[in-house]
Ligand binder design. Structure first.
Ligand SMILES: NC(=O)c1ccc[n+]([C@@H]2O[C@H](COP(=O)([O-])OP(=O)(O)OC[C@H]3O[C@@H](n4cnc5c(N)ncnc54)[C@H](O)[C@@H]3O)[C@@H](O)[C@H]2O)c1
Length: 270
């Protein structure tokens, strides 16, 4: 991934802060991690894919000035609360504190889209990684944020949890809609501690597998996707990264419990 465009011309909103990015070895997670590093934060990328973690740490060290020593990688399955708690303790110990959690680990994870093809394992995988994983990470992060005097959590919903995406199936829609309830209820509970909790709901961003899927579509199908987007184009990765960092930053200091749709207008909430 070319991170040059992601890290260029960023303000320094996170100097001396520590951000944990789950799914940090993935497409959006790695770009978000690069942006935090470029804005002065130390970053723990937490991801289940060991090879991807190693190469993401290397790429971040190579792509962001001064990143060496400020980025650590942890191989963790977000479905395992003990692993998650140990990793976040490691982030707090090694990097000094914990201010921001971006819970991006998730996706439809290669499971089928159509109802008749979805078995119990596929349903469990999607619900457990997206919804329960977000819960475990937030639950483990909150005590560290309280110790730091406040913080921000950004959860990952999706246009598939806001509307009826034809690309993803019922389990994904349920998990990503569930994340919105989690986000609001958690925001209510930890607001008095100065901890804000907001969700981002991206439309289609062409990361990894999705790039191949989009490229494999026929020209008329690709055109019909783009015609469904009022802004009339596919987004750059930075157009998801910037809203995430906004929600995590002091610029959003009076915003909690919201969902920010980042989809070029493809779904507009009432
Ligand atoms: N790309 C999009 O168009 C889009 C749209 C809407 C929502 N989202 C959401 O954004 C988030 C990131 O998506 P992406 O496109 O970067 O996907 P991605 O597949 O590139 O990255 C996801 C990362 O999560 C990690 N992961 C999967 N299971 C895990 C587990 N059990 N524990 C820890 N890590 C695990 C993977 O190893 C991977 O690195 C996901 O939650 C996805 O649902 C993406």
């Amino acid at each position: 991934m070319d991170l040059g465009q992601i890290v260029a011309d960023r303000p320094a909103r996170f100097t001396d802060k520590v951000a944990v990015v789950t799914g940090g070895a993935g497409g959006l997670g790695q770009a978000i991690s690069a942006a935090f590093l470029a804005e002065g934060a130390s970053v723990q990328i937490l991801d289940a894919n060991a090879d991807a973690v190693a190469s993401a740490v290397q790429q971040l060290n190579n792509s962001v000035d001064g990143a060496v020593g400020r980025v650590i990688g942890s191989v963790v399955d977000v479905r395992e609360p003990d692993q998650v708690a140990a990793a976040l303790q490691q982030a707090a110990d090694q990097l000094g504190r914990l201010d921001v959690l971006v819970a991006a680990a998730g996706g439809s994870l290669g499971t089928p889209r159509d109802l008749n093809d979805i078995d119990e394992d596929a349903l469990d995988l999607v619900i457990d990684v997206n919804l329960k994983g977000t819960f475990y990470c937030a639950q483990a992060a909150i005590p560290h944020m309280r110790a730091a005097g406040g913080g921000a959590v950004v959860t990952f919903s999706s246009i598939g949890g806001r509307s009826t995406s034809p690309v993803t199936g019922v389990p994904y829609a349920a998990a990503k809609a569930g994340i919105l309830g989690l986000t609001r209820r958690l925001a209510r509970e930890v607001g008095p501690d100065g901890i804000r909790v907001n969700a981002i709901a991206p439309g289609l961003f062409l990361t990894g597998r999705l790039t191949g899927m989009f490229d494999a579509m026929s020209e008329p199908d690709r055109r019909s996707v783009i015609e469904g987007i009022p802004l009339g184009r596919m987004p750059d990765l930075r157009e998801c990264v910037d809203p995430v960092l906004f929600l995590a930053s002091d610029e959003a200091s009076y915003i909690t419990g919201v969902v920010l749709d980042v989809n070029g207008g493809r779904f507009m909430s009432g």
